[in-house]
Design a protein around this ligand. Structure first.
Ligand code: SF4
Length: 302
C-alpha cells in the first residue's frame, strides 16, 4: 500500500506541476520518490530544461539557489531552508575579492558548492563531475584561482597538470574518511573496488582504485565486473548503489561520513513545502545575472 504522505505528495505535485529533484546524499525515503535523482551537475542540467512550474529541490541551499538562477520564472522550493553546506560557507565574497586583487589576471573557477555571491564573482563554475573538463577548457596561459574546495582543486590540478591557486576550504563530511579505515576494509574484502569522491583528502584518493563523482560511482558500479565496492563518500550514496545493483555489496569507507545538512529533508517537510509553496529560494536579479554565465558554462561543459 502506498504511504499516505507519499500519495499526498504525488497528488500535490500533479496539482502544482512540480518536479522533485533529489540529490544522491538524501535519505532513502526521499530518494525513493524522486522524479530525478542525481549529483549537482545532473540535477542542474535537469533544472535548466524542465518545463515544470515548480522545482522542489531536495538537497542543500546552494543547489536550490543554482536552480533558481537557471530558472528565474519558476518557483524553487527547498523543503528545509536551513539545509546549508559548511564547505560553501568556508569562503566569503570579501575573501574571494582579496584573492582576485592579488592575482588580477587569473580566471576564477568555483566549485558549485558555493554561494550565489561567490558564483557571481567567478568566471566558471564546475562540479566534481566536470572540474577537469572546465579547467582544460581554459587557455593554458592563464592563471586559475579555484575555490572553495582545496581537495577537489588539488585533485583537478593533478589531473590537468595545471597549477591552481587554491582556497583552503574542505567538506567536513568527506574529511572524516581516512586511508586507515579503507585499508582495514580492504583486508576484510580484498576483492573490493575502492571508489572515492574527489572531496576526500589526498591520502584517501591515493589508495582509491577510482576517483569519481557520485554519478560516476553509479556508472562504475553498474558496469564493473567487481561485485564488492568500498565507497568513500557521504553514506547516503549507498542507498542508491544498493538499490540499482541488488546483487553487489557496498561498504561505506566511514560510517560517520554523514552530512547532517543533507539529512534535514524528510517526507513531511516535502509535503508541507508543496502545501505552503514555501520555503521559496530566490536570488536577487543583480547577483543572478552575474552568476549565470559561470553556471551556464558548468551546465554546458562536460
Ligand atoms: Fe557540503 Fe560536504 Fe554536505 Fe556536500 S557533503 S553538502 S559538500 S558539507
Amino acid at each position: 500500500m502506498i504511504d499516505p504522505i507519499v500519495a499526498k505528495i504525488e497528488s500535490l505535485k500533479r496539482e502544482r506541476n512540480a518536479v522533485l529533484l533529489v540529490h544522491n546524499y538524501q535519505m532513502g525515503e526521499v530518494q525513493d520518490i524522486a522524479d530525478h535523482l542525481g549529483d549537482s551537475l545532473g540535477l542542474s542540467q535537469v533544472a535548466a530544461r524542465t518545463d515544470a512550474d515548480v522545482i522542489v529541490f531536495c538537497g542543500v541551499y546552494f543547489m536550490a539557489e543554482t536552480a533558481a538562477i537557471l530558472n528565474p520564472e519558476k518557483k524553487v522550493l527547498l523543503p528545509d531552508r536551513y539545509a546549508g553546506c559548511p564547505l560553501a560557507d568556508m569562503i566569503t565574497v570579501e575573501q574571494l575579492c582579496e584573492m582576485k586583487e592579488k592575482h588580477p589576471d587569473a580566471v576564477v573557477v568555483c566549485y558549485v558548492n558555493s554561494s550565489a555571491e561567490i558564483k557571481a564573482e567567478s568566471d566558471y563554475c564546475c562540479t566534481s563531475a566536470n572540474a577537469e573538463a572546465v579547467v582544460n577548457s581554459i587557455d593554458s596561459g592563464r592563471d586559475i584561482i579555484f575555490v572553495p574546495d582545496k581537495y577537489l582543486g588539488g585533485y583537478t590540478a593533478g589531473q590537468t597538470g595545471r597549477e591552481l591557486i587554491l582556497w583552503q576550504g574542505y567538506c567536513p563530511t568527506h574529511a572524516r574518511i581516512s586511508p586507515k579505515a579503507i585499508e582495514r576494509l580492504k583486508q576484510e574484502h580484498p576483492a573490493a573496488l575502492v571508489m572515492a569522491h574527489p572531496e576526500c583528502p589526498p591520502s584517501v584518493l591515493k589508495i582509491a582504485d577510482e576517483v569519481l563523482s557520485t554519478s560516476g560511482m553509479c556508472r562504475v558500479a553498474a558496469e564493473s565486473d567487481a561485485v564488492e565496492f568500498i565507497v568513500a563518500t557521504e553514506v547516503g550514496m549507498l542507498h542508491r548503489l544498493k538499490k540499482e545493483n541488488p546483487l553487489k555489496e557496498f561498504y561505506p569507507a566511514a560510517r560517520n561520513a554523514v552530512c547532517k545538512n543533507m539529512k534535514m529533508i524528510n517526507l513531511e517537510k516535502i509535503l508541507w513545502s508543496l502545501e505552503d509553496m514555501a520555503p521559496e529560494i530566490t536570488v536577487p536579479a543583480e547577483i543572478r545575472e552575474q552568476a549565470l554565465t559561470a553556471i551556464q558554462r558548468m551546465v554546458d561543459i562536460h
